[in-house]
Design a protein around this ligand. Structure first.
Ligand code: IPD
Ligand code: CA
Ligand code: CA
Length: 259
């Protein structure tokens, strides 16, 4: 295993322990609001600090892009971190959230970890080396008919500018797929595409830390990832569509038919 991936796993597990411990006493948490429907707790910050400490402890010259503390340093190596993806679920005691850590080297995603501390599910990927769940190789699903596909998504909840387009797409998908799911943790949603629990996923307006690790997982598991125009700009726009190659193509068609 690549030593940088080993370090990322250690960081993710440390953060996961902090998150798990806090679930015993959710009522005592201090919760702040960063904006409309945008919450942050002591746990998000403590988990993020622990991750950064572990990563910079091993690689002091690397740079950081983290959700709660922003950017730090300059380097060809940049760690992209969401310490707790699914904060709203976490605050409600709904066990669907994850720690997401990715490494970019000269702009290319090279290592990824998504850790679900409630289930102790560890997803990892290294560029060119495949993706795993709990040390077993994972692949995207083999389903090829949209009618049989389970499609994950995230609904607009803060920026409502794409609401009409989103609802038109969702309306069609509700009638043409096996089901739509909105669990509330984008990184886990992407990990689920990588291991075939979903056949596809789409969401508008995500941030780099929501998607960086999941994108590498899916690519290494044989899936496709683009923005809503079938292009590569998803890290910048945060608009993302992904799936196994067959369902991805059909989902992109539906999305493209609503502009
Ligand atoms: C959120 C989750 C959610 C997605 C939101 C994200 P956070 O992350 O990933 O699934 O729909 O857009 O902001 O704020 O809980 O880290
Ligand atoms: Ca997030
Ligand atoms: Ca977060």
């Amino acid at each position: 295993m690549h030593p940088m991936l080993t370090t990322a796993i250690k960081a993710a597990r440390t953060a996961g322990n902090i998150i798990n411990r806090a679930t015993n006493d959710l009522e005592r948490l201090t919760v702040g609001q960063k904006g409309f429907n945008d919450f942050v707790s002591d746990v998000d910050r403590a988990a993020e600090n622990a991750i950064i400490e572990t990563l910079l402890g091993a690689y002091p010259n690397h740079a950081i892009l983290a959700e709660e503390s922003g950017t730090q340093g300059e380097s060809e190596y940049v760690w992209i971190i969401d310490p707790l993806d699914g904060t709203t679920n976490f605050l409600h005691g709904l066990p669907q959230y994850a720690v997401s850590i990715a490494l970019q080297h000269n702009g290319q995603l090279t290592q990824a970890v998504i850790y679900d501390p409630s289930r102790n599910d560890l997803f990892t990927a290294s560029k060119g080396k495949g993706a795993t769940l709990n040390e077993r190789r994972i692949r995207v699903s083999k389903r090829d008919k949209l009618a049989q596909a389970l499609v994950g998504t995230g609904v607009p909840y803060r920026d409502f500018s794409f609401m009409d387009r989103y609802l038109a797409i969702a309306r069609e998908l509700m009638q043409k797929t096996s089901g739509l799911r909105r669990p509330g943790s984008a990184s886990l949603d992407l990990a689920y595409v990588a291991c075939g629990r979903y056949d596809a996923f789409f969401e508008f307006g995500l941030k780099p830390w929501d998607i960086a690790a999941g994108v590498l997982l899916i690519q290494e598991a044989g899936g496709l990832v683009t923005d809503m125009d079938g292009q590569e700009g998803f890290m910048e726009s945060g608009d993302i569509v992904t799936g196994n190659p067959k369902i991805f193509a059909q989902l992109l068609n539906v999305i493209q038919s609503h502009k």
